[in-house]
Write a protein that binds this ligand. Structure first.
Ligand code: HEM
Length: 392
């Protein structure tokens, strides 16, 4: 069978033929890179639920697992992760997120109309639209005023930017990171002095009861690292999901026609894209104890990739899995993970993705993709386009 190498450009181009072989085989082991991979839906689901043996505390991305990692809830196990999660959950309820719909639509329409007008028939939808929307949405969520958003988006982009072939942050990115921290410290201090009706204020006030009976709040450092987590977890993923959806809708024109005729289906099209070709392809874990699965024993200390990207194509769970079907009934997919670390931003991601689909299809329902101009992102776990030219 072919090797599953998450760093290979061939996998970035199309991992699904390799996943099909892995799904057939069951538990996969890569001897050269020394990791196991789970692809079947039931295996992935069980692993997500078994957080005691599948630990996140040594990182969740292959190249960082076992190295020093930042102190973020996504890289923690319960009970530490649960305490932080309970604190921030108060700011991420469906009701809180739902109130953002008009603001998100306004941002999406402004970026989209500007991009289509400037493009005059050909637009790189990633660079001009899908990469801009998520950071502005996170800014709105936090309560960053409109006048500061370009600044914050610019700094965040610099922090996330990598020069080709170099996985490290650039010098410009380091400076931008310091600017962002300073900006956030000042904003938090301001909220403590003069509370507002926004999530930043909520986070300064959120408190939970500790087991010992006292109350716990987030300090400034914790709030700022939480913002950094949002900016990394909530930016690239939405950027990639949207471009992927635009690509597959053009590839399956009958599905696109259905959405154009019935925009209410945009909601299920988002779910189908998360099943069919999700932005976050695997979640890494390190075993705290041996796990036996279908006759294979994975030892304590083993690195295991839960390949949720493959689980969506498991024929045991999804009939005709390689068909992109915007009207598919899906009771559960693993595109947002599952269990304790289930994506905190899922409602927000769903909302902004649905709005972006609705608004784009309302304007250019018959766009084409200039396949020669496509650029792929290269990363071990994030899949999607770095550039996707649409013609209209
Ligand atoms: C389509 C877009 C998105 C996808 C596909 C996605 C996917 C995921 C996945 C698979 C996980 C689980 C990680 C694990 O189990 O180790 C996760 C966690 C997380 N996501 Fe998302 N995400 C998206 C958007 C967002 C947005 C918009 C935000 C916030 C604004 C966000 C914030 C987070 C956070 C904070 C966590 C960590 C939760 C925890 O550790 O308890 N995500 N996401």
């Amino acid at each position: 069978m072919k090797e599953y190498d998450p760093y290979s450009y061939e996998i970035d181009a199309d991992p699904y033929p390799v996943y099909a072989e892995m799904l057939e085989q069951g538990v996969y082991y890569n001897e050269r890179l020394d990791f196991y991979a789970l692809t079947r839906f039931d295996h992935c689901l069980a692993a997500f639920l078994d957080w005691e043996r599948y630990s996140s505390a040594q990182g969740t991305v292959l190249e960082m697992m076992g190295k020093p990692i930042p102190s973020l809830m996504i890289f923690m196990d319960p009970p530490r992760q649960t305490r932080l999660r309970n604190l921030v959950n108060q700011a991420f309820t469906l009701r809180q997120i739902g109130t953002l719909e008009p603001a998100i639509r306004k941002i999406a329409v402004a970026h989209l109309e500007g991009a289509l007008e400037r493009g005059r028939g050909r637009v790189d939808i990633v660079k001009e639209f899908t990469a801009k929307l998520p950071m502005d949405v996170i800014s709105t969520l936090l309560g960053i005023p409109e006048s500061d958003r370009d600044l914050v988006r610019g700094w965040s982009n610099d922090v996330l930017h990598r020069d080709p072939g170099n996985p490290n942050i650039t010098e410009r990115g380091m400076k931008a990171g310091a600017e962002l921290s300073r900006y956030f410290s000042e904003s938090i201090a301001e909220r403590r002095r003069r509370p507002r009706d926004d999530i930043m204020t909520l986070l300064t006030r959120a408190e939970i009861e500790e087991e010992e009976g006292g109350l716990q709040r987030l300090d400034d450092r914790e709030i700022i690292s939480f913002f950094n987590l949002l900016a990394t977890a909530g930016n690239e993923t939405v950027t990639k999901l949207l471009a992927t959806a635009f690509y597959w809708l053009e590839t399956w024109p009958d599905e696109r026609r259905m959405l154009v005729e019935d925009p209410a289906l945009c909601r299920s099209a988002v779910e189908e894209t998360l099943r069919y070709d999700p932005p976050s392809q695997y979640q890494g874990r390190v075993l705290t104890a041996p796990v036996e699965l279908d006759g294979t024993t994975m030892p304590a200390g083993a690195r295991v990739l839960i390949v949720n990207g493959a689980s969506g194509r498991d024929p045991r769970k999804f009939p005709d899995p390689d068909r992109y079907d915007v009207d598919r009934e899906i009771d559960l997919h693993l595109g947002f993970g599952h269990g304790r670390h289930f994506c905190l931003g899922a409602s927000l991601a769903r909302l902004e993705s649905r709005i972006a689909l609705e608004e784009l299809l309302a304007r250019i329902p018959e766009y084409g993709v200039d396949r020669g101009g496509i650029e792929r992102m290269h990363s071990s776990n994030v899949r999607g386009f770095a550039g996707l030219p649409l013609v209209y």
